[in-house]
Design a protein around this ligand. Sequence first.
Ligand code: NAP
Length: 251
Amino acid sequence: MANTDASKTAVVTGASSGIGEACARTLAAQGFHVVLGARRVERIEAIAQEIGGTAHQLDVTDEASVDAFVAATTAAGPVHVLINNAGGAKGFAPVLEADLDDWRWMWETNVLGTLRMTKSLLPALIDSGDGLIVTVTSVAALGHYDNGAGYTSAKHAQALLHRTLRGELLGKPVRLTEICPGMVETEFSLVRFDGDAQRAADVYAGVTPLIADDIAEIVGFVATRPPHVNLDQIIVKPRDQADAGRVHRQH
Ligand code: NAP
């Protein structure tokens, strides 16, 4: 699954951990020049050095940060691939007890972050003549579960933004793939539960979750299809997970 054109550049947002880091490593191994973006710049710099990529600090919730990231990236040459991966969840509360700041974080990061990055890089992706946008949504974009409305609503909105582009970009040389993962063991639950490691570990208790490399392998497959092949939506879950809120646990 090598990228035959080694001059292609792929941007990965949220590349400092989990799925984004794994995607950056996989795409680099396939011959892409990878531009890594995240707020924890020391992490992306270390990964970039290992894989021969480029790191630029990026906060997808900050317009000026996105502008600077995109300006630095496009100044270096054409951009073929955008992996909209930065995102996550905060909190686990019923609507009655919803924390408005948690909701704002989830909507700013997952929804408006994807909008800012996509809007800003789209002209370069079109100009490349063979662009690809992969957006990592979730099974939370396909259903809902108790205490998860902040996250499921943000992932639904992010997904609808991505899916709308599929029609709007017809006739343009840009492919669009939505990846909807179930449970993947990353820093996701640690972030969701504000660093509470026990609570985060309990999410995966009795289940064999997906790992970040499982998703990166799929992203690598998508990115190396010929330009006429568009994988619209890929749903991938652990065997023991039926949907966003239904998991079988071994006790
Ligand atoms: P993770 O290990 O917590 O990674 C999240 C990444 O997003 C980090 O690199 C983080 O980097 C970045 N990020 C967060 N806020 C950002 C911001 N404002 N600007 C730029 N980057 C930001 O979790 P993950 O599981 O790999 O999550 C990746 C994506 O997969 C997310 O969109 C998540 O919703 C989705 N997803 C995860 C699962 C799961 O079970 N793990 C399932 C379905 C979908 P910095 O903190 O360094 O900025």
